[in-house]
Each structure stands twice: as structure tokens, then as C-alpha cells.
Design a protein around this ligand. Structure first.
Ligand SMILES: [Zn+2]
Length: 235
């Protein structure tokens, strides 16, 4: 009888170890999800940063084109004033236009140069940020690979434990085995000690007869919750 109890306890320990390992796998899987979320966020942030840089570059190009267009207009108007025979009114208009465009071109060119400088400066910053970003990404991928390796190791361990369980359960008499399996579906602790005359699973009192039988090393169960009971002193 004591032998049955020992085997039930060994099975309980094995199941406990399997449960703990399975919980660890779940936690690690959650860790993977969190890392993947961080990777996605990093990629999104950097994509936005690239977009920002492209927008700045576009503004600089547009400003430079605006300066070129103004310059082109000035040249063409001036050419007409210098070489064409044109009515006085049109000549006046062209002169006004040239004057107006000349007053504008400096500011536009200055702005174009300032933007081009800004693009260069931003490009330098971007390269630094890119290196840091790639470094972070590499770190995260590495972190993910490490967690994945842990999960694989744990799954192998669980498989080995389950193989051991198949053997362990076969050594237990059929009626005890089926009761154990039913208990396990309800409780994480199907085999518990009697502490101070009470079942340490449901905390209700155990009859003296049951305590006495447990003292003999018999396999007994709780009248209330049906858990297998044992006395530490009887092991
Ligand atoms: Zn109980």
C-alpha cells in the first residue's frame, strides 16, 4: 500500500514538473509576442523617420526648382527687353516683372540653400540613427532567438517528462489511476498531505479513521474533495 502511495506521489511530482514547464513555455511565448511587438514598433518608427527625411528632401528640391524657374523667367524677360521690339506697355510690364522677380529670387535661393544644408545635416543624423536602429533591431532579433531556443529546450524536456509519465502511470493500479486522472482535471494538486487533521486541499477535517489508515501508509481520499491524502510522517 505504501508503495502505491509512493508511486502516486512520484506521479504528482512529475505532473507538477510538467505543469511548471508548460507555464514557463507560455510565459516565454508571451515574451516572444512582446519582442515582436517591439520589432514592429522599431520598424514603424524608422519608416516614419525615413518619410520625414524624404519630405524634407522634396521641399528642398521644390525650392531649388522654384529658384530655377524664377531665374529662367528673369532671363527670358530680360532677353525680350534687350532684343525684341515690343510695345511700350508690354515693356513696362516686363520691366516691372523683372524687378519684382529679382526682388524675390534672393530670398528663394537663400531658402533653397538653407533647405539643402538642412537635408545634408539631416542625412548625417539619419545615418547615425540608422546605425543605432539596426543595432537595436539586431539586439531584439537576438533576444527573440534566445527565447525561442529556451522554448525548444523546454518542449524537449516536456516531451521527455511525458514519456516518463507514461511509464509512471502504468505502475499504478487501474482504479487509483483513473481516480487520479479525474482529480487532475479538477485540481492542480490531486495528492495532498493531511495537516493538523485537515485536508490541505479543501481544508476540511478528516475523520480519525481516515487519519489512522493514512498513518499505516494506506491510500486514502478526502470525503469532501476526493483528493488523495497522506501523512508526511507515514512516508
Ligand atoms: Zn479535501
Amino acid at each position: 500500500m505504501r508503495e502505491h502511495l509512493q508511486k502516486l506521489l512520484a506521479l504528482r511530482d512529475l505532473d507538477g514538473t510538467i505543469l511548471t514547464a508548460e507555464r514557463k513555455v507560455k510565459l516565454l511565448e508571451r515574451e516572444i509576442t512582446a519582442i515582436e511587438r517591439r520589432i514592429t514598433a522599431e520598424k514603424g518608427d524608422f519608416e516614419r523617420r525615413l518619410e520625414e527625411h524624404r519630405a524634407l528632401r522634396l521641399r528642398a528640391t521644390e525650392k531649388a526648382m522654384e529658384a530655377d524657374e524664377i531665374d529662367e523667367k528673369i532671363r527670358s524677360y530680360q532677353h525680350r527687353l534687350d532684343h525684341d521690339i515690343i510695345p511700350y506697355k508690354e515693356m513696362e510690364y516686363l520691366r516691372e516683372q523683372v524687378e519684382f522677380l529679382r526682388s524675390r529670387i534672393d530670398a528663394v535661393e537663400e531658402e533653397a540653400i538653407r533647405l539643402m544644408d538642412e537635408v545634408e545635416e539631416d542625412e548625417r543624423r539619419l545615418q547615425e540613427e540608422k546605425r543605432a536602429y539596426e543595432e537595436r533591431l539586431k539586439g531584439l532579433e537576438q533576444e527573440k532567438a534566445e527565447v525561442e531556443a529556451k522554448i525548444t529546450a523546454l518542449r524537449d524536456e516536456i516531451e521527455a517528462l511525458k514519456d516518463k509519465r507514461v511509464i509512471a502511470i502504468e505502475e499504478i493500479p487501474a482504479h487509483l489511476r483513473s481516480h487520479y486522472e479525474r482529480l487532475r482535471e479538477m485540481y492542480p494538486d490531486p495528492v495532498v498531505p493531511i495537516v493538523n487533521g485537515t485536508c490541505s486541499g479543501c481544508h476540511l477535517n478528516i475523520s480519525q479513521t481516515t487519519v489512522d489508515r493514512a498513518r499505516q501508509g494506506e491510500v486514502v481520499t478526502c470525503d469532501n474533495c476526493s483528493r488523495f491524502l497522506f501523512l508526511e510522517s507515514a512516508l
